[in-house]
Design a protein around this ligand. Structure first.
Ligand code: ADP
Ligand code: MG
Ligand code: ZN
Length: 506
């Protein structure tokens, strides 16, 4: 990516920038919890409902309405903190973060400020075969805002719009924020570390079953902070890129910021502390609000809620009941399946290890699962600009295709067509086989005619084979496969041809 973001300053290629500068990154991740009701009221939280149908006086901030804390949300936050090796605060209060914005009906957000529920944790991630420890500063609980829709302009942005609509269904949904400390020492691959961290975090959250962690629906969202400094110097000024809504974009956001900042610093320029907006379509960010003057949110303890004092025994119970960490589970499965270190590395790098393991869980042999996800599916993901996990095919569906192949109902070529059918939204593998008429022709009677035709069409090849040049059979197999549109089993075809020509192989 070498396009210029600032009109005057050229960017520096990623690798080159990181030979000259040291990166510092910081990630703030928001997770919408999957609780049945909102954070401080009983309203439903379902995604995609008619606007403003899941609201009440509390989440609309009507005068006199009183909030009550959602116990399940507290439990989920503590479990997240425990899974990230945090200390759990024995006591703490919610705070009011005061600001005006139309999507925030109360004119303050109920959040945790100086008394977060969980502090001082870490998460280990693997990048390039090395473990990088990401220090976690805090995990706190707050509430989500509503959503604005800007109408009448061409871009959907507020500029040029004639009016705006607000949907408060999302206002008050419990939101957990996970903030890292500044991460140093990522050397030549801060972008890869950032992506590995969000990926691992997403897997942990999914394992805890606290959120559906769907980045494309916004239930997992990330702000990416980046700064650069010359070796030996203090940390540089950071920028904060918002709206980063896919794993691939986490990586791209860091990468483009490293390239942009290096360009400015190299020419003696100054980095402005600002928020930037990431654009999925271009992979670039543009400047947003300057943050050089800190906003004063006039935080104060929320007077309408009693303090939290989670019981130590309860915390111990939650800790004991945590699921196995994804990284440990992965290591265990890799060992059980006898996959090599190199293999699991390749799968981790391609973002398919969990998919391979889930495909094995669904009944496929490890080698087959691996080949599909590292091969055809990785390729399909790449051409579509998706992560393999985002492909519209499930491990169970892949396992079913593998099963059909091993049962002899599909050839390798047909299996790929079935998978492509599933990816195209044509339904379950069996439905695609049926609808596209892809079952293997293994009925030897039906094949016999195609075999005879092939021999008649290529008498020279047939003669060579009769004379003992068995390699020549390839051409005849090819024309039978063509005639049967790939639906024959090539090894059966080969056997039938040789039988027909009176040749036996030793
Ligand atoms: P804000 O609310 O202004 O975004 P926070 O403290 O909540 O500030 O989050 C800032 C994030 O940026 C944290 O993840 C922090 O670790 C990170 N960070 C702080 N300083 C730097 C820096 N010099 N370079 C990169 N990241 C930084
Ligand atoms: Mg922030
Ligand atoms: Zn409500």
């Amino acid at each position: 990516m070498t396009t210029t973001t600032s009109k005057t300053t050229p960017t520096v290629p990623y690798d080159e920038a990181l030979r000259e500068f040291e990166p510092v990154i910081g990630l703030e991740t928001h997770v919408e919890l999957g609780t049945a009701s909102k954070m401080f009221c009983g309203c439903a939280t379902e995604f995609g409902a008619e606007p403003n149908t899941q609201v009440c006086p509390v989440c609309l901030g009507l005068p006199g309405a009183l909030p009550v804390v959602n116990a399940k949300a507290i439990e989920s936050t503590i479990r997240i903190g425990l899974a990230l090796h945090c200390d759990i605060a024995p006591w703490g209060r919610f705070a009011r973060k005061n600001y005006f914005y139309p999507d925030m009906p109360k004119n303050f957000q109920t959040s945790q400020y100086d008394e977060p529920l969980c502090v001082d944790g870490y998460l280990d991630v693997q990048v390039d075969g090395e473990t990088v420890r990401i220090p976690i500063e805090r995990v706190h609980l707050e509430e989500d805002t509503g959503k604005s829709l800007h109408v009448g302009g061409s871009t959907g942005r507020i500029h040029g719009a004639t009016h705006s609509l607000v949907d408060y269904n999302r206002a008050g949904i419990p939101l957990v924020e996970i903030v890292t400390r500044p991460v140093t020492g990522t050397g030549a691959h801060p972008a890869e570390v950032a992506k590995a961290y969000v990926t691992e975090l997403r897997d942990i959250l999914r394992g805890l079953d606290v959120s559906d962690v769907r980045m494309e629906q916004g239930s997992l969202r990330c702000d990416v902070n980046v700064s650069l400094n010359r070796p030996g110097d203090d940390w540089g000024t950071r920028s904060e890129t918002k709206n980063v809504n896919s794993l691939r974009s986490v990586e791209r956001a860091v990468r483009s910021e490293v390239e942009r900042q290096a360009g400015i610093l190299r020419t003696g320029g100054r980095i402005v502390q600002e928020t930037r907006h990431f654009h999925e379509d271009t992979g670039m960010s543009t400047s947003g609000r300057s943050k050089e003057e800190a906003t004063d949110y006039r935080y104060f303890p929320e007077p309408d809620l009693v303090p939290l004092a989670p019981d130590a025994d309860w915390i111990a119970e939650l800790k004991a009941a945590l699921p196995e960490a994804p990284s440990l589970r992965r290591r265990r499965l890799v060992e059980q399946l006898g996959l090599s270190e190199l293999d699991s590395q390749a799968m981790t790098n391609a973002g398919v290890l969990d998919l391979v393991l889930a495909t094995v869980d669904a009944g496929a042999p490890a080698a087959e699962a691996r080949n599909w996800w590292l091969g055809h599916l990785a390729q399909q993901a790449n051409t579509r600009g998706l992560e393999p996990a985002e492909l519209p095919i499930s491990p169970a569906q892949v396992a079913r295709v593998v099963e059909l192949v091993s049962a002899g109902s599909l050839t390798a070529g047909l299996a790929r067509q079935v998978v492509d059918g599933v990816l195209a939204g044509e339904g379950e593998p069996d439905e695609v086989v049926e609808a596209r008429g892809l079952a293997v022709v293994s009925d030897e009677g039906a094949l016999a005619a195609a075999v005879d035709d092939a021999i008649a069409a290529q008498p020279d090849a047939a003669d060579k084979i009769r004379a003992g040049k068995v390699q020549a059979v390839g051409a005849l197999v090819g024309s039978v496969m063509k005639a049967t549109r790939g639906q024959a089993d090539a090894s059966v075809v080969r056997r039938l041809l040789l039988e027909r020509l009176g040749v036996t192989e030793d």
